[in-house]
Design a protein around this ligand. Sequence first.
Ligand code: 5GP
Ligand code: MN
Length: 325
Amino acid sequence: MNNLADVAAALKRAESVLVCGHVMPDGDSLGSVLALGLTLESMGKKVIMAGPDPSPAIYDFLPGLDQYRVGLPPDGGFDTLVVLDCSVPERLGPGFQELLSGETDIIILDHHAASSCFGKYRYVDPAAAAVGEIIYDLIIEMGLDINLDVAICLYTAIVTDTGSFQYDSTTPGTLRRVANLMEIGVPAALINVRIYEEKPKVFFQLLCSALSTLTTSSCGKISWMTVTRETIKNSGAKDEHTEGLVNYAKSIRGVEVGILFREIGEGSYKISFRSKDAIDVNRLAALFGGGGHPHASGCTVQGDLNEIIDRVVSAALLAARGIVR
Ligand code: 5GP
Ligand code: MN
């Protein structure tokens, strides 16, 4: 494991850098990729900012997004690869994942406690609420100023990965960094409106359908919803509009774990877990080949939906047994 000074030195030496994040990018992945990419560009380096999947429309306001490339650059052209917010190589998605066996210097920056060991340079800080915090510290470590465009990207990374500063990952250090970003000029309230209060109507149609599947275990501690391809199609929504649905299952009084089962292909289901307090859903997702954080995790499972629900809910109930609040 390296320290930020090693990472800063490696980046200063680099001439051309590919910065990428994870599949189905969220605010932390995108905000961090753009913040670091724009910073490296301002240092005079050749930069490619990329990822395997498109950016959800709610992030259209992010500075630098016009330079974000979906898919691999056709002819390489970089001496350093920076991978952000990926706890395991698979999170990079097919194509990008293969770059890890290439000849370039590889720098991993992550905040997952169970981050696996890959990359030449690794800096993993599970105490960071978002990779955006690590990029913030890295820019300071490199002796640079954070400009307004970069500050907007960092704020977005942090506000989204902390659930608007509601999760217990939010520390005094998180809020100090955010205070500094606001002093640089970040219009925090405006960004919050863009991310959280401008959902398209189809989102609410999808929410209606998802809520009609809401089921709670007899003990009241586990609650889940399902979204099939048909539900998404019938509501006129896109996959990106499923973001945040799982929180409705979690927000019920007494519920410890909210789960969303989302069909992503024939017999293939993306499962999202969210917990409030006592249950470590990172461990729960790991039982099914996934991972994440103690209160937000996910995995992908193949098979029959009802069987999958049975297996996953049983495991969640086991985790919840004995919790008294
Ligand atoms: P979401 O439910 O929003 O897709 O994912 C929540 C968090 O769980 C992500 O930020 C990521 O840390 C983790 N996660 C989601 N899906 C996977 C997966 O398939 N594998 C691993 N290792 N982590 C995942
Ligand atoms: Mn993150």
